[in-house]
Ligand binder design. Structure first.
Ligand code: BGC
Length: 787
């Protein structure tokens, strides 16, 4: 093996001084699909970056973007939809450490993930790769995952920044999002991870955000990411996301991936030579690439090794924790598989040919693969298996099901006959062709063949247990009453099959909770009105109201609420205590403002994990608000009868909204409802408290209303002093309240124009504006038009 050249961060100023402009430009793009540019004359090596979030996809030999060459074997963990359902940051650290070890051992500097885009619609083709519809939950879990990976001396790439919430037209669609929605829903998960874990890299998305490509968006890449959040790492483009490379360099896009075969390097040089791009910006980008390379060299020099068996065991443990027990009538689960094996039948090709990961750039070549059928055999249990339906050829390349030439009808009939009078464990789910990177789903249904099978099996079976394998939520309302129990397994990774048997046998109790609400009808989801957009534009017209926020605001029925998940025991919630501290001018964003404590008791017969959740609502708010928003959660393991006190803190930031007039986070004073319990719709504990906060005056302009001027602590009295007669007309408690309301809503600039007051001239207005006014500022994303 040749010795890799090496340098440290301390060498970067010297190296920069020695680099030519062309060399600096060349560092700003990849050498090929997966490597940074080497500059041999200065001892700068190329390092590899590669996918993906839940396992390493490193192509062996020649590399290409389409993954035509097989990848090296790596542990395939459950994808993010499942990881999020654990609600367990500590577990995320352990998964991250394992991913980091594999990355390092395979000579890779940066693992390209995790993805923290919000699940705006359940139909987004990449929802399996994303955590949640809730920014708090996604931010907490992704922070832990990034910390775990980076603890191994390799980097991560937080992606896809920003507003990449669909696959339809993903390479150019313009996501039009208003400023408050961006700040409160689509950016916070990125912000949390950046502020708390400093990912080595952030990957910009393909799409435009309010008219400007994310890859050349100064407001996103520099103003927000670096200046506000303090990002210290490198911004890399999604693969092929660059549109105007010099504009990207100026905006803060450091590294273009993959290589653009010198085309964009030449454009950077030409732009500098033409005086259109500052060479200092090129140097900054090149320095950031050098820093990323330098940071990775110590770990890559000592790659270590991977214990594939230990990682498989971890993948199995994690998969047991990702599963969500949606329903379990009359304790249908767990099954005593050892003593009642003869009365149980396993049905569904997915039990033999598992669907354990999603399609696209995150596809891992697993070190081994457990199916439910093989896991049963490994336990020495001979439970009869019937495929029940066929999978598409693409899902079973050379698999056992491929050789079976029975039709769907024949397979179903055989399975139904075997289920008669028995407990049927039915594995249903989404075929790979239904969800993938690159396109969105057009519906949320599992295949008709799966539904028909369930219908007929449930009619003859003693009990029917449904296990679901899918990356994004599926519609359940039409058929769920036919099942006694439903266990949502998501895409469980390479050990998902054995984990499923661990769960149904009761060796392990389910502990997952939904990280996304399962709507009864797609049409109840406000975002569906504008999904996936048209003519290259998608307008996020539902604003803040995605996921449970929208469903709750519309009081829509849900199949299962956000946060829901059963286990083999039950819990009681009691003794909620809420203490508020006054918010003052000096309260920091991370300071605790509300302290919550509550007791959780295991009221059932078995040990189990409770996930108490705390939601906040602002009933008297002057703003559009979701009825409640998740602000804190915990994970508590309890023995039968055990009781535990959970203490959680809500910070100033947790209680703030984004004020579009001040372009800042603001706490609204007034009543606050703190609700706690087992899901967003099961909140037995509630307390209403009053939150004291300074009433920050809004910036006044000529277009602020008379009422807004009067409400301002200094400008109000000054205005009244100028125009006493107007004051009498404006007194809401005076003789003419209707006139007061009418005038109060009028922009102050109209007063002289409409001759409302002799004393209030254009000069009076200018005088007041000079003392109290602000320039009217543009809105959301200065890189482009606001939505
Ligand atoms: C995907 C990214 C991925 C990259 C490299 C892109 O198409 O959007 O998530 O990291 O390819 O494979």
């Amino acid at each position: 093996m040749t010795q890799r050249p090496t340098f440290t961060e301390a060498d970067i100023p010297r190296i920069l001084a020695e680099l030519t402009l062309a060399e600096k430009a060349s560092l700003c793009s990849g050498q090929d699909f997966w490597h940074t540019q080497a500059i041999e004359r200065l001892g700068i090596p190329a390092v590899m970056v590669t996918d993906g979030p839940h396992g390493l996809r490193k192509q062996a030999g020649e590399t290409d973007h389409l993954g035509l060459n097989a990848s090296v074997p790596a542990t395939c963990f459950p994808s993010a939809a499942g990881l999020a359902s654990t609600w367990d940051p500590e577990l995320m650290v352990r998964v991250g450490e394992a991913l980091g070890r594999e990355t390092r051992a395979n000579d890779v500097a940066v693992l390209l993930g995790p993805g923290v885009n919000m699940k705006r619609s359940p139909l987004c083709g990449r929802n399996f790769e994303y955590f949640s519809e809730d920014p708090h939950l996604a931010g907490e879990l992704a922070t832990a995952l990034v910390r775990g990976i980076q603890s191994q001396g390799v980097g991560t790439s937080l992606k896809h920044y920003a507003a990449n919430n669909q696959e339809t037209d993903r390479m150019r669609v313009d996501a039009r999002v208003d400023e408050r929605t961006l700040r409160e829903i689509y950016l916070p998960a990125f912000e949390t991870v950046v502020r708390r874990a400093q990912p080595w890299t952030v990957m910009c998305s393909y799409n435009k955000v309010n008219g400007t490509y994310a890859s050349q968006h100064p407001w996103l890449l520099t103003q927000v990411l670096r200046k506000e959040w303090g990002f210290e790492g490198l911004v890399v483009s999604d693969w092929g996301a660059v549109d105007d490379r010099p504009a990207g360099v100026a905006a803060g896009l450091d590294l273009e991936m993959p290589s653009s075969f010198g085309i964009n390097d030449a454009r950077i040089v030409a732009a500098v030579e033409a005086g259109e791009l500052d060479e200092a910006d090129v140097s900054t980008a090149a320095a950031r690439v050098l820093r990323m390379v330098a940071r990775s060299l110590p770990a890559l020099a000592k790659p270590g090794s991977v214990d594939a068996e230990a990682h498989h065991a971890l993948a199995r443990e994690v998969a047991t924790r990702t599963a969500v027990l949606l329903k379990n009538d009359d304790g249908a689960l767990p099954l005593d598989l050892d003593s009642s094996a003869g009365s149980v039948v396993l049905i569904g090709e997915l039990a033999r040919t598992p669907r354990y990961q999603g399609a696209g750039s995150s596809q891992v070549n697993p070190t081994r693969l457990d199916s439910m059928v093989s896991a049963l055999a490994e336990r020495g249990l001979s439970i009869p298996f019937h495929p029940g339906y066929r999978l598409a050829e693409a899902d079973v390349p050379g698999g056992a099901g491929a050789a079976d030439d029975r039709t769907d009808d024949q397979l179903r009939e055989d399975a139904v006959a075997a289920a008669r009078g028995r407990t049927a464990v039915l594995v249903l789910g989404l075929p790979a062709a239904d969800e993938s990177e690159g396109f969105d789903r057009t519906h949320a249904d599992i295949p008709a063949s799966h539904r028909a099978l369930l219908h007929e099996v449930a009619a003859v079976a003693e009990r029917t247990v449904v296990l679901l394998a899918n990356g994004a939520a599926v519609a359940l309302a039409e058929w769920e009453s036919q099942a006694d129990a439903i266990l949502e397994l998501w895409l469980g990774g390479q050990a998902g099959g054995s984990a499923a048997i661990d769960l149904i046998s009761g060796d392990v109790a389910p502990s997952g909770r939904l990280a996304e609400a399962i709507a009864t009808r797609l049409t109840d989801i406000p975002a569906q009105l504008n999904f996936p957009g048209e003519n290259g534009v998608v307008r996020y017209g539902e604003g803040l109201f995605i996921g449970y926020r929208g469903l709750d605001a519309m009081a829509a029925e849900v199949s299962y609420p956000f946060g829901h998940g059963l286990t083999y025991t039950s819990f009681g919630y009691s003794d909620l205590a809420v203490e508020t501290l006054e918010v003052t001018e000096t309260t920091e964003a991370s300071d605790a403002v509300v302290r919550v404590s509550l007791d959780v008791t295991n009221t059932g017969p078995r040990a189990g994990v409770a996930v108490p959740q705390v939601y906040v609502g602002r009933p008297a708010s002057a703003l559009a608000r979701a009825p409640r928003e998740l602000r804190a959660f915990a994970r508590v393991e309890l023995a039968p009868g055990e009781r535990s006190t959970v203490r959680l803190e809500l910070t100033r930031r947790d209680l703030s909204h984004w004020d579009v007039r001040r372009h800042d986070w603001v706490v609204e004073a007034g009543p606050l409802v703190v609700a706690a319990g087992a899901s967003s719709r099961d909140l037995p504990l509630q307390a209403e408290v009053d939150l004291a906060a300074p009433s920050a005056p809004i910036p006044l302009t000529a277009h602020s209303t008379i009422e807004e001027w009067l409400n301002h602590p200094e400008a109000g009295p000054a205005l009244l002093a100028q125009v006493e007669e107007l004051g009498a007309m404006l007194d809401p408690d005076g003789a003419d309240a209707a006139t007061a309301a009418f005038l109060g809503a009028m922009p102050i600039v109209k007063v002289p124009m409409m001759g409302l007051s002799q004393a209030f001239t254009v000069e009076t207005l200018e005088h007041l504006l000079g003392r109290f006014g602000e320039h009217e500022r543009p809105g959301a994303t200065e890189g482009g038009a606001s939505a």
